[in-house]
Design a protein around this ligand. Structure first.
Ligand code: NAD
Ligand code: UD1
Length: 343
């Protein structure tokens, strides 16, 4: 059934990829984004890919009158809430900004959802809620909340708790907590992708900028972990697979709170990822071993069996696909959305 979906943060990295999957599944997304970490050009490019206009409102979610007007204008069947600040280091420097933005936006949305009877909500959570993993692969039932090292991660943990409380108070709510592992890659067209505003903090966009010649070399943060080659291991998931997870969650209708890891189940080390990107790009990627990054853990990967059993979703794209697509995006758009359209 076609659904009208409010997509907050829809101009961002994961949001734009999800818009494409929503539209190809026959849904009608409406985007609210204040463009604090994105640009309207991203929406324009999605419109080009899907061949349709997407209603877009440049609004901050905490702006209650503006949001109420949007709820009045459309009759939403569901909300996908991507909007949030996500830079770990910045959250340590500006905790109040993170708590205010991420918590307040979600509380405002919940109030409006209640007021307008929108009972289905999908929330962008993160692997970060597991803190220091007590077991690997992580399962949805694994311990959460212990060893979270930064305010960003704590906002995700706190919001999961808030959403669970809301679902208890009103059993007609259908809330899905999607715990993303490490999103990477880009749409195969090479016209949309991750567009960090500064020097990237995350590994894959950093590697991509080294490959394209914007940065000199990758600093590998530690090679003395207890992992396959001593470097950190993560569960990198193609952003298109992740986007499809939202469509699967949307199609599954049952009251209460449901939590899913969106992961591949496979761990990839820093050196393995550099090698895969080098192969995909045909470029040499110089690297140097550096100190461990404070707050990092050795390994983090997860089972997504629960998502497969309950919502019929599993990751299908490989790390090679992700590197090839990220390279296409990076090489065609070395300056991200600020540059000319080369694709
Ligand atoms: P992004 O920064 O590209 O997208 C977030 C979007 O939200 C941006 O377009 C930004 O302008 C917008 N925004 C932020 N605060 C807003 C507000 N108050 N009102 C309106 N718009 C607002 O990030 P992303 O990578 O697409 O992440 C989407 C969500 O997934 C975030 O909640 C993030 O915390 C979560 N997440 C991301 C990752 C990751 O590695 N990318 C991992 C786990 C979870
Ligand atoms: C980081 C965040 C986490 C967030 C996740 C996804 C921290 C402490 N954690 O996690 O909260 O949910 O991104 O966005 O920042 N690496 C290098 N060199 C680099 C960059 C990274 O060696 O220049 C290594 C890291 O040590 C790690 C791996 O690459 O082993 C992946 O790093 P990154 O992409 O930052 O993701 P996470 O550490 O998983």
């Amino acid at each position: 059934m076609k659904k009208n979906i409010l997509v907050t943060g829809g101009a961002g990295y994961i949001g734009t990829h999800t818009l494409i999957e929503l539209i190809s599944a026959g849904h009608s997304p409406v985007v609210v984004d204040n463009l604090s970490n994105s640009s309207e050009e991203a929406i324009r490019r999605v419109e080009k890919i899907v061949g349709a206009e997407i209603p877009f409102h440049k609004v901050t979610v905490q702006d209650i009158p503006a949001m109420r007007a949007i709820f009045e204008q459309y009759s939403f069947n569901a909300i996908i809430h991507f909007a949030g600040l996500k830079a770990v280091g910045e959250s340590v420097a500006k905790p109040l900004e993170y708590y205010k933005n991420n918590l307040d936006s979600t509380l405002v949305l919940l109030d409006l959802a209640k007021e307008f009877g929108v009972k289905k909500l999908i929330f962008s959570s993160s692997a970060t809620v597991y803190g220091t993993p007590e077991e690997l692969p992580l399962k949805e039932t694994s311990r959460v909340g212990v060893g979270i090292t930064n305010p960003y991660g704590r906002t995700k943990y706190m919001l999961e708790e808030v959403l669970k409380d809301v679902a208890v108070s009103d059993p007609s709510f259908e809330i899905t907590l999607l715990r993303y592992f490490n999103p990477v890659g880009a749409h195969e067209s090479g016209t949309i992708g991750e567009d960090p505003s500064d020097i990237p903090n995350n590994l894959l966009p950093y590697v991509a900028q080294v490959a394209v010649g914007k940065l000199n070399h990758v600093n590998v943060f530690g090679n003395d972990y207890e992992t396959i080659d001593g470097t950190g291991v993560r569960d990198y998931i193609h952003v298109v697979d992740l986007a499809r997870g939202h469509v699967a969650a949307l199609n599954y209708s049952t009251p209460g709170v449901h939590t899913y890891n969106l992961a591949t189940g496979n761990g990839t080390s820093v050196l393995q990822l550099i090698a895969a990107f080098s192969k995909a790009s045909g470029r040499e990627i110089p690297y140097q071993i550096a100190e461990r990054r404070p707050g990092d853990i050795a390994a983090c990967y997860a089972s997504a069996a629960q998502a497969e059993h309950e919502i019929g979703w599993k990751a299908e794209l490989s790390i090679e696909n992700a590197c090839a697509d990220a390279w296409k995006w990076q090489s065609l758009n070395p300056d991200g959305y600020a540059g000319p359209i080369n694709a």
